[in-house]
Write a protein that binds this ligand. Structure first.
Ligand SMILES: [Zn+2]
Length: 335
């Protein structure tokens, strides 16, 4: 499997929480583990985002940051993933005095430790700016990435409550990233509509997080195609935040009919209680996906990833080797 849209703070395991709560001398909440997952009957993206408070409170030291990324890498590898791009917002982990740069360096170190000795698996990092943050804090995220200049950091993202400010507001911020040779991706068309997606493309996004509310009018399609945009769908998360009412509403067919490439992702393994196998399982049950369809989406993920041409070639080789196994697991997996 491949996951290109995976938030670190939304993907701590139950065991991670217990270990870190004990380590920090904090008691296990009475409503654990339900408090780490999205509540049933969640009514908005804002309510969904509240689920990140506890994990963020535990991710405030270098040691804990290294621990959570290593743990995630180990789990992805154990689940048979071949590649992941893991994202996090360094600005959310400075509450106990770390600078954003120190946060990023700690996660990088943990990533590299986690990857040691893992054959046929690779992962890279994406740094998130936040829509509701002060401009200076977002700029500091990008500045730290530029200074650290590590090939394992592959893109800058924009996350957080989409309705807070329009994508175009961040034009200068992302110009700074683009001028310094950073890839830009943006969460858009999740809680908001087509304008948000078009704005994200206008300010240089190469991939759109979600984007399920794309309009299929000629101008929008042309802009998406001219800019070679890939979309990162995270269906379960969209249902939970009420961005979409049900799996039937996931616009897979519409995007494919217009030949606009979509990738399938989890968003948050713990908060959304999912992984890429489960996402494909739900789509398989809804749309009767064939093995070829699943190959198509996974191959899109390889194309959309920020790895080199040589690494894409290797990834495709691995995908060809594993596709039968992936398909078996999707059609047999329990819900
Ligand atoms: Zn996301």
């Amino acid at each position: 499997m491949i996951d290109l849209h995976l938030h670190l703070d939304g993907s701590l395991s139950k065991e991670d929480f217990i270990y870190l709560l004990n380590k920090e001398g904090m008691s296990i909440p009475d409503d654990f583990p339900s408090c780490i997952r999205v509540p049933k009957g969640c009514t908005s993206l804002e309510e969904y985002l509240e689920r990140f408070d506890l994990p963020c409170s535990l991710m405030q030291s270098k040691e804990n940051l290294r621990f959570v990324i290593r743990s995630l890498i180990n789990r992805l590898h154990a689940l048979g993933y071949i590649y992941a791009e893991i994202r996090f917002a360094s600005q959310l982990h400075t509450k106990k005095g770390l600078s954003q740069k120190e946060v990023i360096e700690a996660v990088l170190e943990g990533l590299k430790e986690g990857l040691i000795g893992k054959k046929d698996f690779d992962a890279n990092l994406i740094l998130c700016c936040m829509r509701q943050a002060d401009d200076e804090i977002n700029k500091e995220t990008i500045k730290a990435v530029i200074e650290i200049n590590d090939p394992k950091i592959v893109a800058i993202d924009l996350a957080g409550p989409e309705a807070y400010r329009p994508s175009l507001y961040y034009k200068a911020l992302f110009k700074y990233a683009l001028d310094n040779k950073q890839n830009v991706i943006i969460h858009a068309g999740e809680a908001c509509g087509n304008d948000s997606i078009m704005g994200a493309i206008d300010i240089g996004a190469k991939r759109i997080g979600h984007g399920v509310h794309l309009s299929f009018d000629q101008a929008s399609i042309k802009k998406v195609k001219d800019n070679n945009i890939y979309f990162e769908f995270c269906p379960t998360s969209n249902l939970q935040t009420t961005s979409l009412p049900d799996y039937e509403s996931v616009p897979l067919k519409e995007f494919r009919e217009h030949d606009i490439p979509v990738t399938i992702n989890s968003d948050n393994m713990t908060v959304s209680h999912t992984d890429v196998v489960k996402e494909f399982r739900n789509l398989y049950l809804t749309f009767n996906l064939s093995k070829d369809d699943i190959y198509y989406y996974l191959n899109n993920s390889i194309e959309a990833s920020f790895i080199s041409g040589v690494d894409k070639y290797k990834m495709r080789y691995l995908l060809n080797e594993r596709i039968d196994d992936f398909y078996e697991r999707i059609i047999k997996s329990h819900h």
